[in-house]
Design a protein. Structure first.
Length: 396
C-alpha cells in the first residue's frame, strides 16, 4: 500500500484509524473461528475507542451488523449476551463524543455538509477506482482483488465472507459520499491477508512456485521505485523531474488549484516564511501593543504553523475560526491590536477602526491558495471579540 507510506509518515487520526480497523478485524477473525464469545467485549471496547478517533469506523460496524443479520453462519452470535454488552460498551465509550456534539450544535454534521459541498473534490466512479489502484500500488492489484474474491467465493474463504462484504459496503458508501481516496485505506489490509493466503496455496506446487518470489519481488521493487512519490526522499527539483518522467499527476483530493507539487508535499512549505513575516510585524509593535496583541490565521494550517514556529519568538496567542481551532479561543487579551493572516479586507474594514496591509504570504512550492494572502496589522475593535470569533467560524 504505497499511499500508506505517506499516511503513516504523518501523525493524525488517519494513521491511528488503521490500528483500530485492524484490531477489529483481528477480533472478528478469532470470533468467526470459534474463539471465546467474550471477545465481543474487547471488540466493543476497541470499536468505541476507534470511534473516538474517527467516526468512519461506523462503516465497519455497520457492515458487521448487517452480516450478523444476513449471514446464517453468523446469526448464532445474536444470541450471545456478550455481543450486546460489547455493543453497549462501544456506545458508552463513544457517548461523550455524541454529547459534546449535541452541546455544541452538531459541528460534526456542519463539517461533513460543508466539506462534501465545497472542499472535497468530486471523483467520478471510475476515477475513484483508479485512485484506489494507484494508492495501493498497481502491482498489488492481483493480491487484494484475489483476497476479495477469496472471501466472497472460495470454499475455504467463504466463512470469512463478512470481510468481503464489509469492504464492498464501505467502498460503495465512500464512493457515493464523495470521500477522499485514502478514507477507504483501512479496509484493504484484511484483503491483502486473504489474497496472500489464496496465492500462497495456489503457487505452492510444481512450476507455479517460481511465481511466488516474482510476485513479491515485483511489489518490493515497485514500492521502492514509487516511494519518492509519497515520501519526501528527493530534493524538490529532482522530485518534479521524477514525477514528470513517470507521468505521475496526483488527482486533487480537494477543490483547489494545484501548484508544482501535490498537496501532500506542498503543505510542507511556506510556514516558516509566513511566521518570520508575522514575527517581524509583532516585534515592530510598541511594548504596550504587544501585551494586547492577538494573531489570527484564516485556517488551521496557518494558525497551527504560527503557534508552532512562533514559540521561539514568543508570539502571542493565535486563533482561527477554522474547524477545531474555533473551540479554543484566545484568553487574557482584548484583541485591540491584531495581526491577521488571510483575513478578508472587507471583514477587517467592518471589524476594526483602522488596518493596513504589511505583507503577503509566498513560497514557490506552497499550495497556490496559501500564497498571496494579506498580512495585516489592525487596531481598534468595533465589535466585541466574541463576535469576531463567531464571524470567523467555518467548518470544512
Amino acid at each position: 500500500m504505497i499511499g500508506n507510506l505517506f499516511l503513516f509518515h504523518n501523525y493524525s487520526m488517519n494513521s491511528l484509524d488503521h490500528l483500530f480497523w485492524m484490531a477489529c478485524f483481528l477480533l472478528l477473525v478469532k470470533i468467526v473461528k470459534g474463539a471465546n464469545p467474550r471477545l465481543w467485549l474487547l471488540f466493543g471496547t476497541v470499536a468505541g475507542l476507534g470511534l473516538q478517533n474517527k467516526i468512519s469506523l461506523l462503516f465497519l460496524l455497520l457492515g458487521t451488523a448487517l452480516c450478523l443479520l444476513l449471514l446464517p453462519e453468523l446469526r448464532v452470535h445474536l444470541k450471545s449476551p456478550f455481543l450486546w454488552i460489547g455493543g453497549l460498551l462501544a456506545l458508552l465509550i463513544f457517548l461523550p463524543y455524541i454529547l459534546w456534539n449535541f452541546a455544541h450544535q452538531w459541528p460534526l454534521l456542519e463539517f461533513m455538509r460543508n466539506a462534501g459541498a465545497n472542499k472535497i473534490a468530486v471523483l467520478p466512479p471510475l476515477v475513484f477506482l483508479r485512485e484506489q489502484i494507484l494508492y495501493n500500488n498497481p502491482n498489488t492489484l492481483l493480491i487484494w482483488t484475489a483476497g476479495l474474491g477469496y472471501f466472497l467465493f472460495h470454499p475455504q474463504g467463504k466463512r470469512f465472507r463478512l470481510f468481503g462484504l464489509i469492504y464492498l459496503l464501505t467502498y460503495l458508501i465512500f464512493n457515493l459520499q464523495n470521500s477522499k481516496t485514502y478514507y477507504l485505506a483501512p479496509a484493504y489490509p484484511v484483503l491483502f491477508a486473504g489474497g496472500a493466503v489464496f496465492w500462497e496455496r495456489l503457487l505452492q506446487k510444481g512450476r507455479l512456485r517460481i511465481f511466488r518470489p516474482l510476485m513479491v519481488g515485483a511489489i518490493w521493487i515497485s514500492t521502492l521505485l514509487l516511494s519518492p512519490l509519497v515520501l519526501p526522499l528527493l530534493p524538490v527539483e529532482k522530485y518534479i523531474v521524477f514525477a514528470k518522467t513517470l507521468g505521475f499527476q496526483q488527482e486533487p483530493s480537494e477543490n483547489h488549484r494545484m501548484g508544482p507539487l501535490p498537496q501532500t508535499f506542498a503543505d510542507m512549505f511556506g510556514w516558516r516564511e509566513t511566521t518570520a513575516k508575522v514575527v517581524a510585524v509583532y516585534r515592530s509593535l510598541p511594548e504596550g501593543d504587544r501585551t494586547r496583541c492577538l494573531i489570527y490565521g484564516d485556517n488551521y494550517g496557518v494558525a497551527g504553523a504560527l503557534d508552532f514556529f512562533g514559540r521561539e519568538a514568543k508570539l502571542p496567542p493565535v486563533f482561527s475560526g477554522h474547524n477545531n481551532h474555533y473551540f479554543w479561543p484566545p484568553q487574557g487579551r482584548d484583541g485591540e491590536v491584531m495581526i491577521t493572516v488571510g483575513a478578508d479586507m472587507e471583514d477587517l474594514r467592518e471589524i476594526f477602526r483602522e488596518f493596513r496591509q504589511v505583507g503577503r504570504t509566498y513560497h514557490p512550492y506552497a499550495m497556490p491558495y496559501e500564497n498571496d494572502k494579506p498580512i495585516c496589522l489592525a487596531r481598534g475593535l468595533k465589535i466585541p471579540l466574541q463576535e469576531v470569533l463567531k464571524r470567523a467560524k467555518h467548518f470544512e
